[in-house]
Design a protein around this ligand. Sequence first.
Ligand SMILES: [Zn+2]
Ligand SMILES: [Zn+2]
Length: 137
Amino acid sequence: MTETGNPLRRCGLRHTARRELIVGILRETRTHLSVTDLHRRLAAERPTLSASTIYRNVVILSGHGLLHHFDHDGETRFGLAHTPHDHLVCDRCGRIAELPAGRVGQALKSLILPDGFALTASAQLLHGLCGLCGDPG
Ligand SMILES: [Zn+2]
Ligand SMILES: [Zn+2]
């Protein structure tokens, strides 16, 4: 949970204000956002920052392993990759929760897969209903 030092500098990536802003928003919101979401949230601070610039930067950050992404609802969501985790997504409200990576990996090991099939996915996306939406009351 503790963040020591600057993650951008730690991975040798050129430190830019834009990248710093993107990482800052993802850290503050502690969730996974699409480029559209990021654009909307950054608009107040940086009205000149275009969605395509944000897109270019999240791709670079992903390439350096600082962010990871998955597709949900026709959009790519980007999140911080500092702690390995899988994703639980609520099909009703769209809330995304994180699950420490080892747990899904352990559960998957007990699966019997069709002949010759090997799992390679590293960012798992599990669908379901969150505690609020799944409540029968
Ligand atoms: Zn994630
Ligand atoms: Zn929900």
